[in-house]
Design a binder for this molecule. Structure first.
Ligand SMILES: Cc1cc2nc3c(=O)[nH]c(=O)nc-3n(C[C@H](O)[C@H](O)[C@H](O)COP(=O)(O)O)c2cc1C
Length: 347
């Protein structure tokens, strides 16, 4: 199975399956002498952790990270940083029914077609537990560039969305509610909706907006490694992501150049920022902002038609502990992937 490493200079390799012994990773290319704040790393994992509130999966995991190498007396040595997070709350019996059956719109069918042999427990390698390693890697990346501020938040759940530009939001409110939406009135509506969806045994999609401030001009390598192309790849590699747009995004396709152009101020900053802080694939020093669309995840507690590995049609219903809406837990994952992209250009 290829494709387990992200980045060129600041590289993260991840390993582990949902119901294996542990999830972990190796960060390679981290400069030496960086004092790591381990509490800050654990804090990011706690934001991703299952069981953190009533509107996420109730799998109970402490998700405590343990560092194995590359750190001495609290500082990075420049050697590969190895780390693990033990899996402690596997209920593999919940997944016995998936041994030969494919959940519609999950990764069961494609993994079987490609690899011919599949760890079906909890989705195996396709489980979002893999994103634990991304969050650890991203938390280290954030510490390499403390001046850069990365703030992601839930901007919509189903048809409920924040009806304000991000400049009108107070990002310090994001962590004050279970949904991770900084607009509190909207957060309450989203939370009620997610609770209702869960009661109905269904799932719902949503979007996350990410705003990155204090990025120096000059990050990004045209032509293939443009900054927005790397951000797009990073976001689209997250489980359940279906869309990525930055700056004006798909709205820009409806506009005229005379409306869309970001006119300059004498210091090189721009009066508007529909470019989303990136022009020609290179950061221009303005805020970088983008949106990521997450689908309603596949495992629903309702009867659906599917097939088994022999092509027999049958009915199945999801079992076990699942997320009715993944965006609240995906906020730290989006931030982590953004940090990994920026760190790769900065080191
Ligand atoms: C934080 C997070 C939690 C997730 N939890 C679940 C879940 O409980 N049940 C589920 O079926 N999928 C869940 N997913 C999505 C699956 O991992 C994903 O849909 C699957 O790997 C198939 O990949 P794809 O949707 O990207 O095609 C979650 C995704 C994220 C980001």
């Amino acid at each position: 199975m290829a494709g387990n490493t992200f980045g060129k200079k600041f590289r993260l390799t991840t390993f582990g399956e949902s119901h294996g012994l542990a999830i972990g990773g190796v960060v390679d290319g981290c400069p030496s002498g960086v004092s790591l704040d381990f509490e800050a790393i654990q804090y990011e994992l706690d934001r991703r952790r299952p069981g953190q509130s009533a509107i996420v999966t109730q799998r109970k995991e402490a998700d405590k990270v343990e560092f194995l190498s590359g750190v001495f007396e609290g500082k990075t040595t420049g050697a590969p940083i190895g780390f693990v997070v033990q899996n402690t709350n596997q209920k593999s019996g919940d997944y016995e029914h998936l041994k030969d059956v494919y959940r519609p719109s999950h990764a069961d069918y494609t993994y079987d077609k490609k690899y011919g042999f599949r760890d079906y427990r909890g989705g195996g390698r396709s489980s979002a537990r893999e994103t634990i390693s991304r969050v650890v890697g991203g938390a280290i990346a954030k510490q390499l560039m403390p001046e850069v501020k990365i703030n992601a938040f839930v901007s919509s759940v189903g048809e409920i969305f924040i009806d304000k530009p991000y400049q009108a939001l107070d990002f310090s409110l994001t962590e004050t509610n279970d949904v991770r939406c900084p607009d509190l009135a909207t957060a309450q509506k989203m939370e009620e909706y997610i609770r209702q969806i869960r009661k109905e045994g269904d799932t719902i999609g949503g979007t996350i907006t990410c705003v990155i401030q204090n990025v120096p001009a000059g990050l990004g390598d045209p032509v293939f490694d443009k900054l927005h192309a790397e951000l797009g790849k990073a976001m689209l590699s997250i489980n359940a992501v279906k869309g990525f747009e930055y700056g004006s995004g798909f709205c820009g396709a409806k506009m005229r150049g005379s409306e869309h152009n970001d006119l300059f101020n004498p210091d090189g900053s721009t009066k508007s920022n529909l470019s989303g802080g990136i022009q020609g694939g290179i950061s221009n020093g303005m805020d970088i902002y983008f949106r990521v669309a997450f689908k309603p995840v596949a495992t629903i507690m309702q009867m659906q038609q599917t097939i088994d590995k022999n092509g027999n049609l049958l009915e199945m219903q999801g079992k076990g502990r699942h997320d009715p809406c993944v965006v609240p837990r995906a906020v730290p994952i989006v931030e982590a992937m953004a940090a990994l992209v920026l760190a790769d250009f900065l080191v």
